[in-house]
Write a protein that binds this ligand. Sequence first.
Ligand SMILES: Cc1cc2nc3c(=O)[nH]c(=O)nc-3n(C[C@H](O)[C@H](O)[C@H](O)COP(=O)(O)OP(=O)(O)OC[C@H]3O[C@@H](n4cnc5c(N)ncnc54)[C@H](O)[C@@H]3O)c2cc1C
Length: 542
Amino acid sequence: MRKERRAGWARWGTPEHAKPLPEAVAGLLKQVFEVTPPVAPVAPEAVAVPVSPLSDLALAALAEVVGAEHVSTEIAERAVHATGKSTPDLFHQRSGELPALPSAVVAPADHDQVLALLATCVDHGLAVVPFGGGTSVVGGLTPQLGKPAPHPIGTPATCGTATGQAAVGAYISLDLRRLDRLVAVDPVSRTAVLQAGLPAPRADALLAEHGFTLGHVPQSYEYATIGGFAATRSSGQASAGYGRFDDMVVGMTVATPRGTIATGRAPASSAGPDLRRLFLGSEGAFGVITDVTVRVRPLAAERRYEGWRFASFADGAAAARRLAQDGPRPTVLRLSDEVETMLGATGRGRGDGGCLMVVGHEGASVGHAAAQTAAVLRECGGQELGTEPGEQWAAHRFDAPYLRDALIDAGAFAETLETAAFWSALPGLYEAVREALFAALSVPSMVLCHVSHVYETGASLYFTVVTAYADEPVARWQRAKAAASDAIIAAGGTISHHHGVGTEHRDWFAQEVGPLGVDVLRAVKRELDPAGVLNPGILVEP
Ligand SMILES: Cc1cc2nc3c(=O)[nH]c(=O)nc-3n(C[C@H](O)[C@H](O)[C@H](O)COP(=O)(O)OP(=O)(O)OC[C@H]3O[C@@H](n4cnc5c(N)ncnc54)[C@H](O)[C@@H]3O)c2cc1C
């Protein structure tokens, strides 16, 4: 099976891309926490493997669809497809004790092979987990399977139940990496059709040959894929200017066990409910997205990123709201709270105080827009710091997950969570999440936050938690995350602004949409996936 650049094992990046902690931050860590470097990770070849090989019959059937060279039962290959990249995932990888393990990794070449694979999996009682870049942080790649099959896994069987839920004991990871083409560009309409397995940098490189960009730059940019973005309703760092990924999608082709659905005939339509919206955020539970038609923008000729300082998080948030509601709207707009600003400044060897806002403009010519934005920010009490802090942010925009690796190596536990709410609810939400985290963690901890995405009516809050390693760090984090999630729902926030639901947010998502909402989603799943083979337990309870 062809292997391509992908995220590291038991860490985000590969060792050659490691980033050391700034000395000042490492010093701070030693002062605040009792840091105990963890033991070296178990190799992926050495993970604990349940005794459940696929039957020869099932393996042969999978190979018949995609070719034997595109079906892997190697332990290391299965292990790297078993989880995403949350910190608990990294700890599972380190220990070699994975919560689930696919019986095979299967890489189809095109939409028809995906359809045929789904049919084969239904026939053989195998669940199917679509795998894009493998960067899920909400348990989206770790299905919850039904009762194990009594006979060798993959013996022809009916695996579904009347509720469309799987009663299967094994699953395959359906790796979309071979669906990696730019299918078409329409420069007149400014749209492009991208296959789902294209990693974001490759998609941008292909679009750049035509003078276009997607403008979607999440922090997981290096590894995440086009299909993954659509399946999770991702949001990138330049969402203020380019919009969320949902805003960019004008159409999709989806393979389901019942056949193909193609959505998006026109830029806008009043022909009934929008089926695109049904599949955006469906996280592989309703079908496998095989290509996505996106709106593209001309490559930016100019970019300018600046830093602004505000006296407090509240003052900075008021300025961000003013820009989001009354304009002008920059391309990038981020605001760190006092703690995040302080730690960022410590890393750069400065102690500036207040709250840092990063404001970026991208486009054909940005001077006029930047000047207009600056006038508003000055009126709102902002202090201009020039382009240096903005350029620093841009140069290090993908560093955080590498620093998480360094923190774990140094013996600290670091993880993030995110939410969004209307502007009026935001201050209460911010306080409630911080309080819940500190109360539940009950060991020395730091909680950092920034506003990462703004809308006319509200914004998202992105929290980073760094906490002492101590005993059972994963279990303590899960308790803290549950407390923060309860606080989010109570304070009027959404359980996820851009990470999605997976298994981790499922219970709070059910509270958000209510029992009838869950029933509607179950009904859709039952219709599209009567045997319940697709991503069991992700999005809705099996
Ligand atoms: C360090 C780090 C930083 C991150 N930063 C951001 C950020 O800035 N913004 C953001 O939005 N997210 C972020 N994420 C979350 C994650 O990157 C996104 O959820 C991303 O959209 C997932 O894409 P992927 O290709 O890796 O999908 P995967 O992780 O492979 O899959 C995610 C889910 O979608 C399903 N899926 C994948 N491909 C398909 C398909 N073709 N059809 C149907 N279902 C599919 C999977 O089964 C799974 O349930 C971050 C994650 C990490 C680890």
